[in-house]
Design a protein around this ligand. Sequence first.
Ligand SMILES: O=C(O)[C@@H]1CCC=N1
Length: 326
Amino acid sequence: MAMRSRLAFIGGGNMAEAILGGLLATGYPLSQCVVSEPLQARCEFLHSKYPGLQIVSGPSANQLAVNGSTSAASTAALISEGSVHINPTAASSHSDFSAAEVVIFAVKPQVLRTVVEDLGSVLRTKKPLVISIAAGIETGAIARFMAEGTRVDPRSLPPVIRVMPNTPSLVLEGAAGLYATSDATPAQRHVAESLMAAVSKQVSWVERESLIDTVTGISGSGPAYFFLMMEAMEDAGVALGMDRETAKALTIQTCLGAAKMAQTSEDDLKTLRVKVTSPHGTTDAAIKTFEAGGFRELVAKSVGAADARSRELALELGGKDLSNKL
Ligand SMILES: O=C(O)[C@@H]1CCC=N1
């Protein structure tokens, strides 16, 4: 499968947009992407931001995005019966849809089961590579969703690769973790890795599926931790009398500069910190206050809470009750 594979995004929310936006920025052909998105307002937003992108909506949208439509006539029939809505540009320029080679489930974990079950038949027939970015839901559960209502041999199911990207993918600065089931071929792993690499500076495979929960706790949710830290620093500057704009600008550049130093320096993180911290100086006063407030323990507890929530989602939404059906 080449890196110009036909991609179907099931769900056109923030993460789909981050990945799609990054791919397009690196020259991935727009004509090879289709997005299935149920919310009309979101479709209109995507349509105006990415003119010419194929966006499908309506009851048969997921099916069409994955299955493709071999003729313009059958697409037109779906449109006229109201089963699918396609934006005008896409309908006129790309009314022929080829089947997706890669299906990216970019939906909330709460709706993953419904959409995968809904697509079970086409996934089992066309066997695209299935990539899920939904937090928590395990590959075994996704396979069960694909086989729901059938007695199919799990070995005949398409392989599943779980990916945990993060929103900085939108500015091509993502960090992503990947996990593949053993039936994924090297070529399929390469496709998933290349998709992530197009929008991420750091792409890491994990050997055990449970480590995807940890990836979620570190880099998946991580941007929010840094935003929180920056919010708090901006507010602290304002509380000390600085105007908000200046406090914000200084905070953001400090964060970026520190990250760049951490990335390029030979020193480890601790050494870098110590080098800023003159004995009994200003940084020392701040760091001592952080440590006295239990900062490290709080961070460990918070990352642990995200990791635990990911495992909880697997139990809540993973359909363990269906495990005996395979
Ligand atoms: O908060 C969430 O559930 C998702 C997973 C990682 C980032 N956002």
